[in-house]
Design a protein around this ligand. Structure first.
Ligand SMILES: NC(=O)C1=CN([C@@H]2O[C@H](COP(=O)(O)OP(=O)(O)OC[C@H]3O[C@@H](n4cnc5c(N)ncnc54)[C@H](OP(=O)(O)O)[C@@H]3O)[C@@H](O)[C@H]2O)C=CC1
Ligand SMILES: O=C(O)CCCC(=O)O
Length: 472
């Protein structure tokens, strides 16, 4: 078992602190410890990021890009080891962990280039003796608080654009998955990224978060996690009027119309639903199928789900790993029980296999009053229900406090566009179960969050707009 340290101001530190254990959820074994940092470590990290900011911001975009590119290369070289660490601390199958490492590194690659395209503007003045310019400048020190479900990508999706824009960062990874974060920091150090530019603090979420929220020097908060904690952080940012980006919960609907290619719809829905054992905020939670194809879709979908293999993520051929903890398992159990009590039929799965492993589950005859149709399940439960017309499907799909991702399957392009335009969601996969990619905007409507990550939108979140009026 390894005792990891945290990374503050270019130093590995925290040896003297109490330790927090990190488990492997597949075998319920402690695999490592990290220091339990708190107020003092959060302050030291903010001091370091603040001190490093002027020199980092003063580099040219090309110089910052070169650092990011070196970091990217090192991550690529160490992809297998990073993925293994991720599987061991998070549980996802190794093939998904490798996929996540590439996705995560894709943000570094993308933003290393995008930092070179932070364009300003000149505006025609209304008088002849003035010239009006718009510049963009880095916002300053950024606090990034990240979840356990994507231990690498949720860090790089925030840190890469922040660094490319000229910001410095303090990071608090989730307590379940700090090891991947610390290994990424180790490679950033190897890449020569100057001390203080990236800092990773492990420990008490509330103590660390409260310090950064209250710190006037932390000018931006970027968070991925539950809507509940997102709201707390948004409130906590008010006193220092920080810029805030939030990627919160989702409750993604899938709409399969009678014009869908059912094989494509089944494949896309399985991909959207069972990625990371259903523990993704863009995972589909509700599957609406037009009545003409309801039986056929449910049959094909169930067959495909039955073939998914549960197991330790390190074993070859595993499709579904364990859930992150006991609470996660209990939530899925609660949703299945509630649905069955209200009349749902279990087509496959429905119970715990062992430990934290929950069987991939399909339920049919689902109605809108069931918990699973309203609350984020965050597990491998796929509820299927029937609809008559397109307007009904759009209305039911939009009947949610969330608005992150939605999916539509149809071969009729006009119908597809009409549905996509009617959906109150930030991301729509039209015949695509996996729309996330570094060069596109990721983010939600309504209570799914604020701001966008990824693509050219993602870097704007780390920039201030400065208007300069020049009198001739
Ligand atoms: N949008 C998404 O991608 C995610 C959504 N979720 C949803 O949230 C549910 C609960 O998951 P959970 O892990 O508890 O999510 P949380 O929102 O609690 O955790 C996300 C991050 O926020 C930190 N955090 C928690 N409380 C505070 C606080 N008061 N101040 C500062 N930081 C804080 C956590 O730290 P620590 O780990 O140390 O507690 C973690 O780093 C899931 O079942 C799922 O429905 C969860 C994860 C990701
Ligand atoms: O917020 C999440 O659940 C992680 C993001 C997954 C993705 O980028 O597709």
């Amino acid at each position: 078992m390894e005792n990891y340290l945290m990374y503050i101001n270019g130093e590995w530190t925290g040896e003297e602190l109490p330790k927090m254990e990190v488990d492997n959820p597949a075998v319920n074994e402690v695999i490592a410890t990290v220091p339990k940092g708190g107020k003092k470590e959060a302050e030291l990290a903010a001091d370091a990021a603040y001190a490093a900011f002027p020199a980092w911001a003063a580099l040219s975009a090309y110089e910052r890009s070169a650092y990011l590119r070196t970091w990217f290369n090192l991550i690529q070289e160490n992809e297998n080891e990073l993925a293994r660490t991720m599987t061991i601390e998070q549980g996802k199958p190794l093939k998904e962990a490798i996929g996540e490492m590439r996705y995560a590194n894709g943000f570094i690659e993308w933003f290393a280039e995008e930092g070179k395209r932070i364009y300003g503007e000149t505006i025609p003045a209304s008088v002849t003796n003035k010239r009006l310019f718009v510049h963009k400048q880095p916002v300053g020190v950024v606090a990034a608080i990240t979840p356990w479900n994507f231990p690498a990508a949720m860090i790089t999706r925030k840190v890469a654009p922040a660094l490319a824009a000229g910001c410095t960062v303090v990071i608090k990874p989730a307590k379940q998955t700090p090891l991947t974060a610390l290994k990424l920091a180790e490679l950033a150090a190897k890449a020569g990224i100057p001390k203080g530019v990236i800092n990773v603090v492990t420990g008490s979420a509330k103590e660390i978060g409260d310090v950064w929220l209250a710190d006037e020097r932390v000018r931006k908060l970027t968070f991925t996690g539950s809507t509940e904690v997102g709201k707390l952080l948004m409130r906590g940012s008010a006193d220092t009027v920080k810029k805030v980006s939030l990627e919160l919960g989702g409750h993604a609907p899938v709409i399969v119309t009678k014009n869908a290619d059912l094989d494509k719809a089944v494949e896309g829905t399985v991909a959207a639903k069972f990625r990371n054992a259903g523990q993704t905020c863009v995972c589909s939670n509700r599957i609406y199928v037009q009545e003409e194809v309801y039986e056929a879709f449910t049959k094909k979908f169930t067959e495909k789900v039955k073939a998914l293999r549960i197991g330790n993520g390190l074993e070859e051929g595993t499709d579904i790993g364990p859930l992150i903890d006991k609470n996660a398992v209990e939530k899925v159990e609660k949703h299945v029980k509630d649905a069955v009590e209200k009349g749902a039929k279990v087509e496959t799965g429905g119970s715990v296999k062992e430990g934290l492993f929950f069987e991939p589950t399909v339920i049919s005859n689902v109605t809108d009053d069931m918990l699973c149709m309203n609350e984020e399940t965050f597990g491998p439960l796929a509820p299927v229900t029937k609809f008559a017309g397109i307007d009904e499907a759009i209305k039911r799909a939009n009947d949610s406090i969330y608005g992150l991702a939605a999916y539509v399957f149809t071969e009729n392009i006009s119908e597809g566009i009409k549905i996509a335009e009617g959906l109150e969601y930030g991301i729509v996969g039209l015949n695509d179960g996996l729309p996330s990619t570094p060069q596109a905007p990721f983010g939600g409507f309504k209570q799914s969050g604020l701001g966008r990550e990824g693509g050219r939108y993602g870097i704007e979140e780390f920039l201030e707009v400065k208007y300069i009026s020049l009198g001739l």
